[in-house]
Design a protein around this ligand. Structure first.
Ligand code: G6P
Length: 363
């Protein structure tokens, strides 16, 4: 097992560092930045003609990727909802001929997700699986599959598969929108070149040690909060999930604007607040973060250098400049590193957290 980890102490850290390669594999041959085109192999132009509604079903970290995809779809003008697969049997919105149901599951074997996928198929929806595993049950059972090509992930806490899923869903959102509107969305002209740069930007980010410093600075805090808006919201949820999974410390993610509607009662000088800035109404998010800061909470801004939040916050975790649709994914990698280092300081069994399994095959 040690051999498989190479130079790293844990698979999780190795897999965090594999993200530049994983993303390069995910986009290879699929984007043409010069001409603003996306080529997803099994989906020639026109594949998604007539899709009016998208439901994304998933669990755990994949649910956060699904939520990311739903925000990207809604922002691209397509009606989309992310749904917890384990709630689908009791809460599924109606599906019709114009509904596409996307199962997001890195393993392709999660029982809750398979069950929701089967329910959607029985109800007559078109189905598509976004997965890492060729030949998995979800890949075999859906009408179509989009592989994220992240390579094997051993750490129970998903890292590189989240990033690759979110990137593939971002591309898929643009493709669905292009087919539905029969035109190339204008924002591809900035998204695709930025996406092509992302593996290199991640290499640079992974060479910094700011996250380790933040983890040690706030070690022993009572709770850890994560806030974000738009695409930053699923990133905040994922930041908190990763933190609780591997550190066993209490962590929660909130939509930035929700902080004042209840969670602010929990905020004290002993509850660091990580604020994710994605370029979507950042001024509002900064105001929300300042409301926590006024109550004494240290604020860690995850944003590019020169961003106003970096001056206002107590600490700054830097991310490279990127398109709004990708900034959250860079922020997510910083948050993965904070969780990793926090768990390492606590000497947790990072690759195999207690009570958790890589793939849950019971409902
Ligand atoms: C388990 C894992 C999580 C994962 C979830 C969904 O609970 O511990 O890390 O996000 O299953 O897995 P999937 O394979 O469907 O993405």
């Amino acid at each position: 097992e040690q051999a498989g980890k190479g130079e790293y102490d844990h698979f999780m850290l190795k897999e965090i560092h594999e993200q530049p390669t994983a993303l390069a594999q995910a986009i290879e041959g699929r984007i043409d930045p010069e001409n603003g085109r996306i080529a997803l192999e099994d989906f020639p132009p026109g594949t998604f003609d007539g899709v009016e509604n998208v439901q994304l079903i998933a669990c755990g970290t994949s649910y956060h990727a699904a939520l990311y995809g739903s925000v990207a779809l809604n922002q691209a003008g397509i009606h989309a909802t992310a749904l917890l697969a384990n709630e689908y049997s009791v809460t599924a919105p109606p599906v019709d001929d114009d509904t596409l149901v996307i199962a997001v599951t890195q393993s392709g074997e999660t029982a809750d997700t398979l069950s929701a996928l089967r329910q959607a198929t029985a109800a007559g929806a078109d189905t598509l699986t976004v997965t890492n595993v060729v030949g998995s049950t979800a890949a075999r059972e859906a009408d179509d599959t989009l592989f994220i090509r992240a390579g094997p992930e051993i750490g129970v806490a998903a890292t590189k598969t989240f990033s690759s899923q979110a990137v593939m869903l971002t591309l898929l959102a643009q493709r669905i929108a292009a087919d539905a509107r029969d035109e190339t969305p204008a924002d591809l002209q900035s998204l695709l070149p930025d996406l092509a740069q992302m593996p290199g930007q991640l290499e640079d980010l992974l060479a910094t040690d700011d996250a380790a410093h933040i983890a040690s600075q706030y070690q022993g805090s009572q709770s850890y909060f994560f806030i974000g808006r738009g695409l930053g919201y699923p990133v905040a949820l994922e930041g908190a999930l990763k933190f609780k999974e591997i550190t066993y410390e209490h962590a929660e993610g909130f939509a930035s604007g929700e902080l004042k509607h209840g969670p602010l009662a929990l905020v004290t000088p002993d509850t660091p607040v990580f604020a994710v800035f994605t370029g979507e109404e950042d001024e509002k998010t900064l105001k929300n973060a300042e409301e926590a800061q006024t109550r004494g909470a240290p604020v860690i801004a995850v944003c590019p250098e020169g961003h106003r939040a970096a001056e206002v916050a107590d600490e700054h975790l830097e991310i490279p400049d990127a398109d709004d649709e990708l900034a959250g994914l860079l922020a997510n990698v910083q948050l993965q590193l904070v969780s990793y280092h926090a768990a390492e300081l606590l000497d947790r069994p990072i690759d195999k957290p207690r009570n958790l399994a890589k793939s849950v095959t019971v409902e």
